[in-house]
Design a protein around this ligand. Structure first.
Ligand code: ZN
Length: 342
């Protein structure tokens, strides 16, 4: 799962530009013998074999789309103005290397995200005082461009996707630090769970499916196309680590409430009881500024019971990090859930 997380993080997939990442997930599932389908909107659905059809369907969802940007404007001096894709603070992308997906997404031009006053020897204290926002953040392309025409000649247009260099690194101490652990770590967990069931030839208790959504970061990831028969939907998404939170990078978390409201009480209690019965390091937490695939499905009108489970990710939507034990603890809890008759 650690290696799979790294592989996924390295595939650019800002919301709206997720085809390569979805293809990768489909290919991986095919390797385990799991056929997949795409919803019209582009999400991936995979039914796992087995399960008593008299029990309601259990679907695990994770989102493969990430934060990113689009070219908003090509400036006269050849720099690019950005518009954000997904919710993040401008300061968290300053200094990052990036890729502009030019020529209709068929070629790539690299660059660096800087402020308009990046040179300390020219702008001095203005750099420290500068408010980071859509006006002060820009892209410097790694090509000899001096004006708008030079940029357009590279095949770059307004609306081109921009992905951020994830700088994915696995440390000897078992951490993975990378952009986009939200939520690629959880897509890797879903693949790990599927692989564990299939290689050990264990059937889930109830019909089980995976749903890999592609528009979560903009608020409508699982609003459509959930697998038929789904009665329980578990959003597998990062746990929010920080001051005042019980979640950490070494455990899994059952989130019982986020900013979209409480999750299903009975389902959450079942998950917590399964964690305790199986000696899984599981925290109970509340996320102050958060919504999930479950929130989006419920708002869209799906009649399902929703739960939220995930590994602790430090510095989310910023310079993210998690430890391999949180991947393991989350996968163990999901396996216990899928195998429990009730
Ligand atoms: Zn997420």
């Amino acid at each position: 799962m650690l290696q799979q997380t790294a592989a996924l993080c390295r595939i650019p997939s800002p919301t709206g530009f997720t085809h390569d990442a979805i293809d990768h997930v489909a290919t991986e599932l095919k390797r385990f013998g799991v056929p997949t389908q795409r919803t019209v909107k582009g999400a991936l659905v995979a039914a796992l074999p087995g399960g008593n059809p008299e029990l309601g369907g259990r679907t695990l969802s994770a989102h493969v789309d990430t934060l990113g940007a689009m070219v908003k404007e090509i400036k006269e001096d050849g720099r690019l103005k950005l518009t954000r894709v997904g919710g993040y603070v401008w300061a968290t992308i300053e200094g990052e290397y990036c890729t502009v997906h030019a020529n209709g997404g068929t070629s790539e031009v690299s660059g660096t995200i800087l402020t308009t006053k990046a040179s300390a020897h020219v702008h001095g204290s203005d750099l420290a005082k500068l408010k980071r926002n859509e006006r002060s953040i820009e892209v410097r392309l790694d090509e000899p461009v001096r004006n708008e025409g030079d940029v357009r000649a590279l095949g770059i247009e307004v609306g081109d996707f921009v992905s951020f260099d994830p700088r994915t690194t696995i440390t000897p101490s078992g951490f993975i630090k990378s952009r986009h652990l939200d939520d690629k770590a959880c897509v890797a967990i879903l693949l790990g769970v599927a692989q564990a069931l299939l290689t050990h030839d264990v059937a889930p208790a109830a019909p089980a499916a995976l749903f890999v959504s592609t528009f979560e970061e903009v608020g409508h990831g699982s609003s459509a196309g959930l697998p038929e028969g789904t009665t329980e939907l578990i959003a597998v998404d990062m746990a929010a680590v920080g001051k005042g939170q019980t979640s950490d990078e070494f455990a899994t978390t059952v989130c019982v409430k986020d900013s979209s409201g409480p999750y299903d009480f009975a389902l959450s209690r079942r998950l917590i009881a399964l964690a305790r019965a199986n000696d899984i390091d599981c925290r109970i937490d509340i996320y102050p500024d958060y919504a999930s695939d479950v929130s989006q499905a419920l708002r869209a009108g799906w009649d399902v019971r929703g739960g939220l489970v995930g590994p602790g990710v430090d510095a989310s939507h910023s310079f993210e990090r998690l430890h391999r034990t949180s991947l393991e603890e989350t996968a163990r809890l999901l396996l216990a859930y899928l195998m429990a008759p009730s």
